[in-house]
Ligand binder design. Structure first.
Ligand code: NI
Ligand code: MN
Length: 234
C-alpha cells in the first residue's frame, strides 16, 4: 500500500498489531497471543521487537506483554500506572507516560490520546488500578501517521485527534459489546477522515459481532475498509 511508504502494518487478530517501519523499528501493540483464538499460529514475530505499546490493562491487550518483552528485548510503553504494573511483573524496561504526551521512539513520535473505556488489570491477587484506557498515534518520520484507538466508544474529541495528527490509517474496534460497533465506528470515520480503516476487536469471541463488511457499507466509499486475515499486512 503506497501511502504506507514502506511501513508494514500487520494485524495479528483481536487488537494486536505489529508495525515495522521502513527504517527497521518494530513496534507491537497490545500483544494478545497465547489465549487469542484468532492469533495466526504460524506467524513468526521478528526476533527484535523494540517497543510494546499497551492501550490499557485488560487481559486481551496485555496478557503477553511480559513474555514478549523478555523474549524480544522490548521496552514497554504504557500509561504511568500500567507501566509500573508490568514493571512489577518483571518487565525490565518501561516508559510510563500519560494522555496528551508524546514520546520519541527512534523515528516514531508516539502520542497517547483519549479513549473511553475501563482499564483495570486482574491477576491472582485481584483487580488493580492501572490508569485509564488510551489510544496511540504513531507519527513515523518519512512514513505514515497511524492511529490505534485501543478499546473505546466513539467520542467527539476524535475530531481533535484528526486536527492535531491527521492519521492516514485508523485502527478502530468494531466488534461491539465491549467497544463501539460498526455504526459508531462509521461516525468515528467521519471525525477522523482516514484513508484506510483497519478494523480490530471483532470476531474473537461470540459477543464481538460487528464485521468489516457492515462497516464498509456505512462509511464513505473514499475510505478503504481493510479486510485482512490475521497475519496479513496492509
Ligand atoms: Ni478492554
Ligand atoms: Mn479489549
Amino acid at each position: 500500500m503506497s501511502l504506507l511508504k514502506g511501513t508494514r502494518v500487520t494485524w495479528l487478530g483481536h487488537a494486536t498489531v505489529l508495525v515495522q517501519t521502513a527504517k527497521g523499528t518494530h513496534i507491537l501493540i497490545d500483544p494478545f497471543i497465547a489465549h487469542n483464538p484468532k492469533y495466526p499460529r504460524s506467524f513468526v514475530l521478528p526476533e527484535k521487537i523494540h517497543y510494546i505499546l499497551l492501550t490499557h490493562g485488560h487481559g486481551d491487550h496485555i496478557s503477553d506483554a511480559v513474555p514478549v518483552a523478555a523474549k524480544h528485548g522490548s521496552t514497554v510503553v504504557a500509561i504511568y500506572e500500567l507501566a509500573a504494573y508490568v514493571a512489577g511483573k518483571g518487565v525490565a524496561d518501561t516508559i510510563g507516560m500519560n494522555v496528551g504526551g508524546t514520546v520519541q521512539l527512534e523515528e516514531v513520535a508516539v502520542t497517547m490520546v483519549d479513549a473511553k473505556h475501563s482499564a483495570a488489570a486482574q491477576d491472582e491477587h485481584g483487580t488493580h488500578y492501572v490508569g485509564v484506557a488510551a489510544g496511540f498515534v504513531l507519527e513515523i518520520a518519512d512514513g505514515p501517521v497511524l492511529y490505534h484507538a485501543g478499546d473505546t466508544s466513539v467520542f467527539g474529541d476524535m475530531k481533535l485527534i484528526a486536527e492535531l495528527y491527521r492519521p492516514e490509517v485508523a485502527m478502530l474496534p468494531i466488534g461491539g459489546h465491549y467497544t463501539m460497533g460498526p455504526k459508531e465506528a462509521a461516525l468515528a470515520a467521519t471525525f477522523l477522515s482516514p484513508r484506510v480503516i483497519l478494523p480490530l476487536h471483532f470476531g474473537t469471541f461470540p459477543p464481538l459481532k460487528g464485521t468489516p463488511e457492515e462497516l464498509a457499507g456505512l462509511v464513505d466509499s473514499r475510505i478503504q475498509v481493510a479486510r485482512l486475515a490475521p497475519g496479513e499486512s496492509l
